[in-house]
Design a protein around this ligand. Structure first.
Ligand code: IPE
Ligand code: IPE
Ligand code: MG
Length: 248
């Protein structure tokens, strides 16, 4: 069922794989494996519920600091996920967009990502954003560098710079800003995720650990979003035209 007040772009901080594994007496990597299954469910749920843009935080710039065997296992899982899911993305006409510092990822992963992005680039309705080697601060530094360079060579007048122009330099490019950010596992922080783009996003903190995330919880987040009022600095009265009828 397609709801009213649907977010166009949902971005998710997929957290809790490690705790899920611990609770089940399993190694952390098993939590990540089950997390990959939850990603597949989530992709289906987003499309089934009419959400056109979904961005998933899969690996942060800070995640390189984890034990090497966990990092390696995550890269292997990512490789497998991309191999298995490309036909699915094609079938369901979903465009893949990677956000993050691409060139620091293992060469084999870069090749798969390039292949999947190229194969799906002509799909226009649905987009899956994968945040890989992503960090907001790094993204903003990269954008600032590119903007400074454009100004230096005379392609951009600093006086003309506004958010509309600045956002074109972010990894997210022409993607709309997220309307709803979900974080699973009960944590209440953004962990360097889409800090600028989420300036006016609604935030839904889910207690569910990511491997247990399913369509029911996705729908809970959508219902909660539908009941929120996005004011963008205005008063509640300004947003409800009927309350102004006696004060024309
Ligand atoms: C999220 O789960 C997956 C990644 C960050 C790659 P975690 O691995 O962070 O799970 P917890 O926080 O240890 O439970
Ligand atoms: C955020 O989760 C990164 C991803 C979901 C990929 P973390 O588990 O790395 O975040 P912190 O360290 O708890 O803030
Ligand atoms: Mg975590």
């Amino acid at each position: 069922m397609i709801q009213k007040n649907l977010p166009q772009h949902v971005a998710i901080i997929m957290d809790g794989n490690g705790r899920w594994a611990k609770q089940h007496g399993l190694p952390r990597i098993e939590g990540h494996r089950r997390g990959a299954e939850a990603v597949k469910r989530c992709l289906k749920a987003a499309q089934a519920n009419g959400v056109t843009h979904l961005t998933l935080y899969a690996f942060s710039v800070e995640n390189w600091n984890r034990p090497q065997d966990e990092v390696d296992a995550l890269m292997n899982l990512l490789d497998r996920f991309l191999r298995e899911q490309l036909p699915e993305l094609m079938k369901r006409q979903i465009r893949l967009r990677v956000i993050g510092r691409y060139r620091e990822l293992p060469e084999s992963i870069q090749a798969r990502l390039r292949e999947a992005e190229a194969a799906t680039q002509h799909f226009e309705v649905y987009t899956l954003g994968l945040a890989l080697n992503y960090g907001s601060r790094t993204e903003i530094v990269d954008a600032a560098r590119a903007i400074a360079e454009a100004a230096r060579i005379g392609d951009l007048d600093p006086a003309d710079l506004d958010y509309g122009t600045l956002r074109e330099y972010l990894y997210t490019g022409e993607m709309p800003d997220p309307d709803l950010v979900i974080r699973t596992s009960g944590e209440s922080r953004l962990s360097n995720f889409l800090l600028l783009q989420s300036a006016y996003a609604e935030i839904y903190l889910s207690r569910v650990l990511w491997p247990d995330f399913d369509e029911a919880e996705f729908k809970n987040a959508l219902s909660e979003y539908a009941s929120r009022e996005r004011r963008y600095g205005k008063t509640a009265e300004q947003l409800v035209p009927s309350t102004n009828l006696t004060h024309p």
